[in-house]
Design a protein around this ligand. Structure first.
Ligand SMILES: [Zn+2]
Length: 362
């Protein structure tokens, strides 16, 4: 399968945090063909190993998260409507009128729509108001609570945007869960290339869980691996649209991205300032490939790399990314050209990872 086919396949698999099972199975089965060893831990992290020159060669962990944002059912009204809570950064602005699916006890997907006041009867003072999630409701077609329960929906049922994958002009795509399924697709392609072009370092290919929930699934994988270095693959926000112009310099089709500073102040108080030696490895690799490398520094987002860095005596980490528009909507938009560039960059970094690497700062 080529990169685009993996991206499409993974974007169409619903797997919200804590309910990653379909993605765990899919990624496990796809990676299995290319790695020397593979396991899945108790949280659901898929951990593949491509062996290097020797056991004492550096261990490099490269990872992308398998989970996605979503919702949980928190109540069912007597009339059969579902009330929901958000899992992760679901923007309320885009929910009214959206089509979603709810996963039942027997793993069936039930379709629902998020209701909204009919336009014809919307009072003037409500026209430009975004309702709070507490006021929203999902219409699954049931006419009472018993019918909803009979479909297998209950409090705690996971819900997600209706999976979608649309091709746009110029090799661009719009899809659900480009965050971080495009990263998962890149992981598999890197593993495929390493299977025939062996690295000197021991390369751990990891699909991590619960990034959109608590950012700490990858931490559990890193505790087992004890990597000498780690590379996260996740999106960064492109601002090359009329409403975001100039917020940062990231744009589609300008190549992969190195994260130089992320910080999230709303609760996590975490982020990543990459290890200087990892920055040099990434920059040198891009230069050798004659590839444009976009630079990213921003407040308001972070990746699970920010927790991986705290394992053992500290793990030199760096974020690699690709530019994406409309993040956390059901139409996350990116360019396959950037993903191919990221695949190439990530492959070359791990393939040529220095055999004498040390994270020492002096
Ligand atoms: Zn992500």
């Amino acid at each position: 399968m080529n990169l685009e086919e993996y991206v499409e396949k993974y974007c169409l698999i619903p797997a919200i945090s804590g309910h990653e099972d379909l993605m765990i199975k899919s990624l496990h089965d796809d990676l299995k063909k290319f790695v020397d060893e593979i396991s899945v831990d108790n949280l659901g992290n898929v951990i593949g190993l491509i062996k290097g020159k020797s056991d004492s060669a550096p261990k490099v962990m490269i990872f992308a998260h398998t989970d996605q944002i979503g919702m949980f059912v928190k109540a069912i009204t007597d009339e059969g409507f579902l009330k929901i809570v958000r899992l992760g950064g679901v923007p309320e602005r885009i929910l009214a009128g959206a089509t979603i699916q709810i996963k039942t006890k027997s793993n069936k997907a039930i379709s629902g729509v998020i209701g909204t006041i009919s336009h014809h009867l919307t009072p003037d003072d409500k026209k430009y108001v975004v309702p709070k999630i507490e006021e929203m409701y999902v219409d699954i077609g049931a006419s009472n609570k018993a019918e909803a329960l009979a479909l297998g929906i209950e409090v705690g049922s996971p819900a997600f945007y209706e999976p979608k994958f649309t091709k746009l002009a110029n090799n661009r795509i719009a899809a659900t869960s480009v965050d971080d399924r495009a990263g998962c697709a890149v992981l598999v392609k890197v593993a495929e290339r390493l299977s025939t072009s062996k690295p000197e370092a021991n390369v751990y290919i990891v699909g991590s869980v619960q990034e959109e929930f608590n950012l700490r699934g990858a931490l559990v994988a890193a505790q087992q691996i004890k990597p000498d270095a780690a590379i996260s693959l996740d999106l960064a926000v492109a601002t090359d649209t009329p409403d975001m112009k100039g917020v940062n310099e990231l744009a589609l089709d300008k190549g992969p991205i190195i994260g130089l500073y992320t910080f999230h102040g709303r609760g996590t108080l975490n982020g990543l300032i990459p290890h200087p030696k990892m920055v040099k490895i990434v920059e040198d690799s891009a230069t050798k490939l004659k590839m444009n490398l976009q630079r990213h520094a921003s407040v308001g987002m972070l990746t699970d790399g920010s927790y991986v860095q705290f394992v053992e005596d500290g793990v030199p980490c760096v974020d690699l990314a690709w530019p994406t528009r409309y993040t956390h909507t059901g139409i996350e938009t990116c360019s396959l050209n950037d993903l191919r560039g990221l695949e190439n960059l990530a492959f070359n970094i791990v393939k040529n990872f220095p055999i004498n690497f040390s994270g020492s700062r002096i």
